[in-house]
Design a protein around this ligand. Structure first.
Ligand code: ADP
Ligand code: ZN
Length: 523
């Protein structure tokens, strides 16, 4: 009598233990792997460090055939392939850095069915001869790493990713898995549409990091002085201070050393040896402060980082979460403190304006900057806002960020929010933000009979145009309103219908930061 065959997930778990040396699956790994093992395509959004790579590596080993992994960066491919080979997995990559001999050897191994995993770049994969050869190769799965790159709505759009949509028709029987660490709701929608994953299961992990205590404050006076205060108030702990420029890191590190803090500067302008030396020193120290640009990050895994301070604000909410996420890896409480100002936002917006990119890309980037400042300058729980941004539903306030702790004065704007939402609903998603505000104030130029006849026309005279714009921003940020890009002339419509209903019923309150007397407007 034959032994009953082990369930595919059990085979997968066995490989997890034997080949990768991990006791058990984490988070959503088991669910994602099970879906792919069943031969179905899927999309997985797991936070950085969440173990995305195993989600496609293990099914590639369990299922017959070659596992194909599309990755945007040669550096990422090189790291992963080297690590796999070290674990005894037959893995290879084909990218522009691979010489002819190695290339032919890799193809020989593929033809003999000896290779389990092959890493390729999107443009490499889509070359006709490559597709031809792969069509004759049995494939276990096709994984698309960093899938957010397919979306102009994401923060790292790569035009060559667009071609990957064709993979669905070219390999109709092969399950495809799109993975990413950062995808807001809009980006996920794009990924689905572009990669032809409509109707596939979507796995979104929790982005919660309960050990992180978030706060943000408007810059007042000298930034350097404030950073020194914050750091010296946290003695004998390791931390990272992010600064916006290379000179900035050097200056801040020096100022901190002057205040008796063991601080090191780190940026891409330093020579490699010096960078490695300082990284080593930081990783080994019991208490050291790294003052760095965003060049510092990839591959930094120091478990006991107790604080991350943004001396200058990050570039987006994705960057904010990734950078602060470097604190508290050991699970003990850690702080994320961000300093920001109106001039930072103006500068970020100006830089986008100067970029040589499509209007639509500019608009997405502009929106990302505004969303970041809505979070920093907002009034609702910061951790909850980040998680909602990443698409989590049913998120509750963290109870420990500065806004939950109530150190910032807020006002309840639920009633005006109801008016704005109602107006957006009646206008039917046909107009932009400015028109929505004009409508509420009853000031629309060339108003049509249709619009003037709506019950929301001119119902919002209690707020100024500036206040309405701030509120619209807040509503967009809370996904109560949503914006359709419409080729650079965005249209505002109703967002998450369930949440909007809750606001209408008064079950969900909308709050905004109370503007202080004489304080400059940040947003
Ligand atoms: P991501 O690509 O999502 O950022 P990785 O796939 O690189 O994450 O995994 C991050 C780290 O977590 C790696 O060191 C990996 O070995 C480890 N890891 C992944 N899955 C598990 C697991 N089930 N148990 C323990 N460690 C894991
Ligand atoms: Zn909170």
């Amino acid at each position: 009598v034959a032994e009953p065959e082990a369930a595919p997930l059990e085979v997968a778990r066995d490989i997890l233990r034997r080949t990768f040396g991990h006791a058990d699956f984490r988070g959503l790994q088991a669910q994602v792997i099970e879906e792919v093992l069943a031969g179905r395509s899927a999309m997985a959004v797991l936070p950085t460090g969440g173990g995305k790579s195993l989600c496609y590596q293990i099914p590639s080993l369990v299922r017959p055939g070659l596992g194909l992994v599309v990755s945007p960066l040669i550096a990422l491919m090189t790291d992963q392939v080297a690590a796999l080979q070290q674990s005894g997995v037959a893995a290879a990559r084909l990218d522009s850095n691979i010489g002819l001999d190695e290339r032919s050897e890799t193809w020989r191994r593929i033809e003999r069915g000896e290779l389990d995993l092959l890493y390729v770049s999107p443009e490499g994969l889509m070359q006709p001869w490559m597709l031809d050869r792969l069509k004759r190769t049995p494939l276990a799965l096709i994984a698309i790493d960093e899938a957010h790159c397919v979306s102009q709505w994401g923060h790292d759009f790569r035009p060559e990713y667009r071609m990957l949509g064709r993979v669905a028709e070219l390999f109709p029987t092969v399950p495809r898995l799109a993975v990413t660490a950062t995808a807001d709701a809009r980006t996920r929608e794009d990924i689905r549409a572009e990669l032809r994953l409509e109707g596939c299961a979507e796995f979104v992990a929790s982005f919660a990091r309960p050990e992180l205590i978030l706060s943000a404050e408007r810059k007042k006076g000298a930034k350097e002085k404030r950073v020194i205060e914050l750091v010296t108030a946290r003695p004998n702990r390791s931390g990272v201070v992010y600064a916006g420029s290379r000179e900035g890191t050097e200056k801040l590190a020096e100022a901190l050393r002057g205040a008796g803090v063991p601080a090191l500067a780190y940026h891409a302008g330093l020579d490699r040896r010096l960078r490695e030396e300082r990284l080593e020193e930081f990783l080994e120290a019991d208490a050291a402060v790294m003052v760095a640009t965003i060049a510092f990050g990839m591959g930094v895994d120091k478990p006991d980082v107790r604080f991350v301070i943004h001396a200058d604000p990050p570039a987006s909410i994705e960057a904010y979460w990734q950078e602060i996420g470097r604190a508290g890896r050991d699970g003990d409480p850690a702080e994320g403190i961000t300093l920001y100002g109106a001039s930072d936002m103006a500068w970020a917006l100006r830089r986008i304006g100067d970029r040589d990119v499509d209007a639509e890309v500019k608009q997405v980037q502009t929106r990302k900057v505004r969303q970041l400042y809505a979070l920093l300058d907002g009034a609702g729980c910061r951790a909850a806002a980040v998680r909602r941004y990443f698409g989590e539903e049913g998120v509750e306030a963290c109870g420990q960020c500065d806004l939950c702790a109530g150190t910032v004065e807020t006002i309840d704007v639920t009633e005006p929010a109801q008016k704005a939402l109602s107006a957006a609903h009646r206008l039917g998603g046909r107009f932009g933000r400015g028109r929505l505000v004009d409508h509420l104030l009853g000031k629309t130029k060339d108003v049509t009979d249709f619009e003037a006849g709506l019950s929301t026309w001119g119902i919002g005279t209690e707020l100024s145009a500036v206040q309405w714009r701030d509120l619209a921003e807040q509503l967009l940020f809370e996904a109560l309103l949503k914006e359709d890009p419409n080729d650079g002339r965005p249209l505002v419509g109703i967002g998450d219908a369930e949440a909007v209903k809750q606001v209408f019923r008064g079950e969900r309150r909308v709050t905004m930061r109370k503007p202080a007397e004489g304080e400059p407007r940040v947003r």
